[in-house]
Write a new protein. Structure first.
Length: 167
């Protein structure tokens, strides 16, 4: 009888350990990716400025399967960037156009030591966006925070794009 109890406990311990290991495999604590950076290039606002994404990230709630809407999961994705931006300054306003979308007007909140920082908030679904550019290297970060990915969603999402801007 003792052998059966010991074997049962051993089996239960192995089963629980396997389940914990599988759960940890599905949700690692950290991932790391590397992207090659092009040579730095300074930005001159007297000419048109174009930005090409190097890498992008997104954090968004997604069900694991279409039928699994009761178990929301936070999903993070990192990959090669695909965004193309056009920028121009109009006084203290940065006009930022992504692809063929309608341009957004960002308020320039900081501009010193060859750094430009601009913020945008608004839209039908309220969003907050920021754009930071090192004018000496042309490297920029564009961040977008939204209260929901699509109407009816209960979860906020955020994405960040790392870009190189040139004339």
């Amino acid at each position: 009888m003792k052998k059966i109890i010991i074997l049962a406990m051993l089996f239960l311990t192995l089963a629980v350990s396997y389940a914990i290991a599988q759960e940890k495999q599905d949700t690692p604590d950290e991932y790391s990716m590397r992207f090659t950076l092009p040579s730095p290039k300074d930005v001159n606002w007297l000419k048109p400025v174009k930005c090409i994404a190097i890498a992008s990230t997104i954090l968004v709630e997604q069900a694991l399967e279409q039928q699994d809407f009761k178990t929301p999961k936070l999903t993070g994705k990192v990959g090669k960037g695909t965004d193309h931006l056009r920028l121009w300054l109009d006084g203290d306003t940065l006009i930022l156009q992504s692809g063929n979308e309608k341009p957004d007007r960002y308020q320039v909140t900081g501009r010193r030591n060859k750094w430009l920082i601009a913020l945008y908030h608004g839209g039908e679904i309220p969003v907050a966006k920021s754009f930071t550019l090192d004018e000496r290297s042309g490297f920029a970060v564009w961040s977008l925070s939204e209260p929901m990915l699509f109407p009816g969603s209960e979860y906020p999402c955020v994405s960040t794009v790392y870009l190189q801007c040139t004339n």
